[in-house]
Design a protein around this ligand. Structure first.
Ligand SMILES: [Zn+2]
Length: 329
């Protein structure tokens, strides 16, 4: 039987008009919930367990200054094509907790407790969601940082300014460390965003951590099964990772692209936060061509939660196909 729209509508009306269990009518309205479930998602890479832990999101009006080489109308049209609002941009944040069997490793730390207060709980949720996922921050052995932007490092500190992971070794890309700790670079930084980033990094790494970090090199494992790879451009020492165990492998892309809509679909667009935009684009195309060719699963820090998917080539750009939610681990 062909189910027309009219059939569907009249069918729905008939059901609404005749409750199946008229004797079981609710006595009181159910209060409307005001909170989402804690957002964490687990999967396995060989013997290693990955837990993606959401830090929340940030949504802001789209301005011409967001993408340096595209008008906000063009960016808005690309967002609309992905069934997203065309006048705002949403950026998600998703640090990882990796249980290697021997070590508990955190990769990036989210926007931190100050951002949680300022955003009224839209972001800065890593600590809360990590606790909801059953992790004790005191049990974390290593914190691996991909690069020194606030949404990746500010969660190193708790709300009272003490260390959020008091027993963890903090591993940072050697090149990134050298750049942000260089007084000459800091003195030459343009006023505004870049100077603020320098100040933030000095307050996190000098004032709070007292420079107790372990710089790491590219091309080596920074934790069991976690190979650090050079993906510079977004920042001078921006780092991605290949996590592998047995036959399992996932490419942890950090900020090679931000939200895939519109930055995977339009890899040539230069967001204001890519420090060397030409290099960032070159890296983006190289990495995405590689993960397409190798059919390698990708985990994206700024992808919509939980941020695991595959990449396909689509015209001059790429499309991320999210992995299906798996209720088993
Ligand atoms: Zn980021």
């Amino acid at each position: 039987m062909e189910l027309s729209r009219r059939h569907a509508l009249t069918g729905a009306t008939a059901i609404a008009a005749a409750p199946l269990f008229p004797s079981l009518q609710a006595k009181a309205a159910t209060p409307v919930a005001d909170k989402q479930a804690p957002s964490f998602y687990r999967y396995k890479v060989g013997d290693i367990q990955v837990t993606v832990v959401s830090d929340g999101r940030n949504t802001f009006p789209l301005e011409d200054s967001f993408v340096l080489n595209a008008k906000k109308e063009e960016v808005g049209a690309a967002l609309a094509q992905a069934f997203l609002p065309s006048d705002t941009m949403t950026i998600y944040f998703a640090p990882l907790v990796i249980n290697t069997g021997g070590k508990l490793v955190v990769i990036d730390t989210g926007t931190g407790p100050v951002a949680k207060a300022n955003s009224k709980g839209l972001n800065g949720l890593f600590a809360d969601n990590m606790a909801a996922a059953g992790f004790d921050p005191k049990a974390v052995d290593m914190v691996v940082i991909s690069h020194f932007h606030t949404d990746h490092v500010n969660g190193l500190l708790a709300a009272d300014g003490t260390l959020a992971f008091p027993n963890a070794e903090v591993l940072v890309p050697a090149v990134e460390w050298k750049f942000w700790m260089d007084d000459g670079e800091m003195s030459r930084a343009p006023a505004g965003r870049m100077q603020n980033l320098f100040k933030n990094n000095r307050s996190v790494f000098e004032a709070a951590l007292k420079k107790k970090v372990t710089p790491y090199e590219w091309g080596k494992d920074v934790a069991p099964g976690l190979l650090a790879v050079d993906t510079i451009g977004h920042t001078p020492g921006h780092t991605s990772y290949v996590l592998s165990s047995g036959a399992g492998k996932v490419y942890i892309q950090s900020d090679v692209t931000n939200n895939p809509n519109p930055f995977a679909t339009h890899p040539g667009w230069h967001a204001f936060f890519d420090q060397d935009a030409d290099m960032a684009e070159k890296t983006r195309r190289k990495v995405y061509d590689m993960v397409v060719a190798e059919k390698l699963q990708v985990q994206g820090f700024h992808y919509p939660f939980p941020g695991l998917g595959n990449v396909v080539k689509d015209g001059d750009g790429y499309r991320v196909v999210p992995a299906p939610w798996n209720p088993a681990i």
